[in-house]
Ligand binder design. Structure first.
Ligand code: FES
Length: 584
């Protein structure tokens, strides 16, 4: 049972300001009457909303979001916790970004969810929020909105789906889908077996069980101090999961009483703690974009080089796909994020506050690793390579990233001729061409796949290996793009090249046959073309015409920032306050 602390008067904060919800419900004028009347219209009693902390449960459940299929039930558990603590819960649906179903990419809508979350909280009589999410972009989207609104908020992760085995081997969502697809192209898997595999790897509701973007972001959220301890690794279908959800409901009432807002939790130290966990987990490169966007919302300075510095210090010690060979359920049994962080405690800022009201130090003290094969000792990492390297050079003046621990070590220093594609359909058609002029030294380049160009910076950066090379047994090549890559995937892929080609970044000037050199130890990405030739190409370059003439996508293309800046909308960054809505 968690301790709950509220002011003696539940309508007042500890500094004796009225709870914001009571501006709606406690007013003695005609509007106050109407607000209470409409609650009674739903069968609530006057006292249910008068004099109680009002909690929003922002729920990203939908029938087309398989990872969140259980979140309606979890919302009921959260409500139980809120009610038992003396608050009043209201469930508010928000855009559900099921990673696999939403096209062209959920990244196009992360900022939409952030804006929706912020405005839901602002426009309604809410004192604090429980955020239900977990599938990739839902976590940063919900958090970015909650940070900007600034009310007490706690994140309740959806939890990973159950492990699966196939022919005696652990298989995980995403990672093995791509592996079996490549095997099918190479003739190693039959059509009949491919159909059978559709029912495997995704055994239950819950987020991808590999160390993809979802698991990376929820674990980093725990490290930031925005979840209860252990919350991010509890399997979605474990009975501990609804208990954790009820704890979130109970705790948010306490947080409202304490006015424990994200601003009191999200220091630079907290963000660097999250980066330490990302690197130790071998986390997704997508986290780089999200953590920078979240830090900018919180007014914390965080740059690509800060993340590179953490990656150089912290080895990958969590043995999880795609860097290792275990799954999220195994991480939970091994002690979860608290045990991982205790093992890394010398790298962490331990006095950071968390939503529990405790410091990180208090939360991880005594949390021992139970299985050294899943959470390895620091001197026996899973990979000799690190989870992230930030590259610079004449091809990426504002940076690019690569995940060395999920790459082929032989390709981390490589020079080869470029084969350039201007669009995803053009690239996919070429990959299937048995006569494509390509060999294993070729550098595959995809452009117009960034935040503005695609738009939405989809996960196209793990370009498929050409069919003719798959048949010869080639499984990895150096690939380069301004896109992102799924955290569940393996491959030597240089991603997030910034500035992107659609806004005139040097990637726009590359031609097939140009020599490209990658040197990860030197953090260098170089296009071997003379400066005067590049200047000539730039003079001849014209920006692609805008592709959207209306709606959200047009707004997005006009305002999205570049990858090294977090891909937020420029008018949503920063900490400028938005006034409370007038009530009359
Ligand atoms: Fe939802 Fe991977 S598709 S977490």
């Amino acid at each position: 049972m968690l301790a709950v602390t509220v002011s003696d008067d539940p309508c007042m904060t500890p500094d004796l300001k009225p709870l914001r919800s009571q501006r709606w419900f406690a007013a003695t004028d005609m509007r106050g009457f109407a607000h209470r009347q409409r609650m009674q219209q739903m069968g609530l009693r006057r006292e249910d909303v008068l004099g109680r902390p009002i909690v929003a449960i922002i729920n990203t459940w939908s029938d087309l979001s398989p990872c969140h299929a259980h979140l309606r039930e979890r919302a009921e558990a959260v409500k139980r916790g809120v009610l038992l603590a003396g608050g009043m819960p209201f469930e508010l649906p928000a855009m559900s970004l099921g990673e696999v179903m939403v096209k062209p990419t959920t990244m196009l809508y992360r900022n939409f969810l952030a804006m929706e979350t912020e405005e839901l909280l602002r426009s309604l009589p809410i004192d604090g929020a429980v955020l239900l999410g977990g599938c990739d972009k839902t976590t940063p989207g919900l958090l970015m909105g909650a940070i900007s609104m600034g009310l007490p908020a706690i994140f309740c992760p959806a939890g990973p789906m159950l492990n699966d085995r196939y022919r005696g081997q652990q298989v995980g969502a995403g990672t093995h889908t791509r592996k079996f697809w490549d095997d099918l192209q190479a003739g190693l898997v039959s059509e009949a077996e491919w159909v059978k595999l559709e029912s495997r790897m995704t055994r239950s509701p819950g987020t991808c069980n590999t160390m993809g973007t979802a698991s990376t972001m929820t674990a980093m959220t725990e490290a930031l101090g925005l979840t209860l301890p252990d919350a991010s690794c509890i399997p979605a279908m474990d009975a501990a999961h609804p208990r954790m959800a009820a704890d979130c409901g109970e705790r948010i009432v306490g947080m409202i009483g304490e006015q424990l807002t994200p601003a009191r939790i999200l220091s630079r130290g907290a963000f660097l703690n999250a980066a330490v966990v990302q690197m130790a987990l071998g986390g997704s490169t997508n986290a780089v974009v999200h953590i920078i966007a979240m830090a900018r919302r919180a007014g914390v300075a965080l740059e690509l080089e800060d993340l590179d510095a953490v990656a150089r210090r912290v080895p990958v010690i969590a043995n999880l796909f795609p860097s290792g060979d275990r799954l999220m359920e195994d991480l939970h049994y091994a002690g979860g994020v608290p045990a991982l962080m205790n093992r890394l405690r010398n790298e962490l800022s331990l006095d950071e506050l968390t939503v529990s009201g405790q410091t990180l130090r208090q939360q991880i003290d005594g949390r021992e690793v139970i299985d050294d094969e899943v959470i390895r000792p620091l001197d026996r990492p899973v990979s000799a390579e690190r989870a992230l390297a930030v590259l610079r050079g004449n091809l990426a003046p504002q940076g690019a990233v690569i995940k060395p621990s999920a790459a082929n070590a032989q390709l981390l220093q490589h020079r080869g001729p470029a084969l350039v594609f201007d669009s995803q359909p053009q690239m996919l058609a070429a990959m299937a061409d048995p006569d494509l002029a390509v060999d294993e030294n070729t550098v595959l380049v995809l452009r117009n796949a960034g935040p503005v160009g695609a738009p939405g910076m989809p996960e196209w950066g793990n370009l498929p290996i050409p069919k003719r090379l798959l048949e010869r047994g080639v499984r990895d090549m150096l690939r380069l793009s301004d896109a992102r890559m799924s955290g569940t995937h393996f491959g030597t892929c240089v991603l997030h090249v910034s500035p992107e080609s659609a806004v005139g970044g040097p990637l726009a000037l590359v031609q097939t046959g140009d020599q490209i050199e990658l040197d990860v130890p030197a953090r260098r990405l170089h296009l071997h073309v003379a400066d005067d030739e590049l200047a000539r190409r730039r003079a001849a370059w014209t920006a692609p015409a805008p592709t959207f003439a209306r709606g959200w996508t047009q707004l997005y293309q006009q305002h999205v920032t570049q990858a090294h800046e977090g891909c937020d909308l420029d008018f949503l960054q920063g900490t400028a306050p938005t006034p409370e809505p007038p009530i009359y």
